[in-house]
Design a protein around this ligand. Structure first.
Ligand SMILES: NC(=O)c1ccc[n+]([C@@H]2O[C@H](COP(=O)([O-])OP(=O)(O)OC[C@H]3O[C@@H](n4cnc5c(N)ncnc54)[C@H](O)[C@@H]3O)[C@@H](O)[C@H]2O)c1
Length: 315
């Protein structure tokens, strides 16, 4: 499948430019446009990227500004516009402000790019994705949230370090909220097809339950530590979002824990991350991964947390 003709990144801040940078290196689209209400910033980011095109194989066209025409007929729109949470806050604190932004910004984007897949990164990403789906209407699979793809890569990074095994050989997912109630699917995590819970690391040490709990805490609090140190997170989310964008651009149909709509018994509809098949039209289907009781209960609690926030923003 050919690369996308046009990919738009809405919000040319630190996350948006990391997405555009990684996507340029991966030649994801013939044209990458950065759209921001701060047109000067978007133009400057685009120009800065253009000056590196000599060093990129198959680098396409890059442009930026505040003209909605930049978004016309895009195949993929990645939305990173919005406020970030300050040190001490949580992603859910951003709900009212960023949901209001999406309610304003999305309708003109849908008009400009009626056939695009929309990939939301703006936090709280599950709530924002749900509201965006309400605005856009079905099919819900074309409005995707970046979800816990990043959290899962944080988990795999930590497990790889602990076990002394390559990240690529470890399969483990975080699901649920991209935030404090997220859930690690330990029971289905594997190393080369062997249950992770049985694996002995190359240094000869198995992972004890308290170590798994500590790794989960480290994954859950990673963003807080980075924000304390540098004010925001942008590089890994840029790569994680580009991974999802590549799946869409090349119709890869890889299974990724992106934020999708789900009906949870007794709680109702929410968006939260579940293992999903991602291709050219967005989320194609979901994979029913077996859950143990703790995982099932954790996922329910995560859905309840998200439903309460969705209710609080009136969706
Ligand atoms: N989902 C994740 O895993 C994840 C990870 C990191 C950051 N984020 C989120 O990404 C968002 C952006 O973070 P950042 O660090 O890039 O912030 P930033 O402040 O650097 O950039 C935000 C940009 O959005 C622009 N913007 C605001 N309203 C707009 C609109 N209506 N249309 C177009 N552009 C608009 C601003 O002008 C600014 O340039 C935040 O909500 C943050 O919480 C999500």
């Amino acid at each position: 499948v050919a690369a996308l003709e046009k990919m738009v990144v809405v919000g040319a801040g630190s996350v948006g430019v990391a997405v555009a940078y990684a996507s340029t290196i991966e030649s994801l689209a013939d044209e990458i446009a950065l759209f921001d209400i701060d047109g000067r910033r978007a133009e400057a980011q685009a120009l800065d990227l253009c000056h590196g095109l000599q060093f990129v194989q198959d680098g396409g066209r890059i442009c930026g500004g505040d003209d909605l025409a930049l978004c016309r007929d895009a195949d993929l729109v990645v939305v990173t516009a919005g406020a970030t949470h300050p040190p001490g806050g949580t992603r859910l604190d951003l709900a009212a402000g960023n949901v209001a932004l999406v309610r304003r910004a999305l309708p003109p984007l849908l008009d400009a790019a009626p056939d695009a897949v929309f990939l939301f990164v703006t936090n709280p990403v599950d709530v924002v994705t749900y509201v965006a789906q309400e605005i856009a209407g079905p099919p819900h699979g074309r409005i995707v949230g970046s979800g816990t793809v990043l959290d899962s890569s944080r988990l795999r990074y930590l497990l790889a370090g602990r076990l002394g095994i390559s990240i690529a050989s470890i399969h483990a997912m975080v699901v649920g909220e991209h935030g404090d109630s997220e859930v690690v699917l330990w029971s289905s995590a594997t190393v080369a097809g062997t249950p992770l819970l049985d694996v002995v690391g190359s240094e000869g040490a198995s992972i004890a339950a308290d170590e798994l709990a500590a790794i989960h805490v480290e994954v859950r609090t990673a963003a807080y530590r980075i924000i304390e140190g540098k004010g925001n997170t942008n590089l890994a989310i840029g790569l994680a979002t580009t991974r999802i964008a590549r799946c869409i651009s090349r119709d890869e149909r890889a299974v990724l824990p992106v934020s999708v709509r789900a009906v949870v018994d007794g709680i109702g509809e929410v968006c939260l991350s579940l293992p999903s098949v991602v291709g050219r039209t967005g989320v194609l289907s979901q994979i029913d991964v077996p859950l143990d009781d703790a995982e099932r209960n954790g996922l329910r609690a995560s859905a309840a947390t998200l439903r309460a926030v969705i209710d609080s923003v009136g969706s």
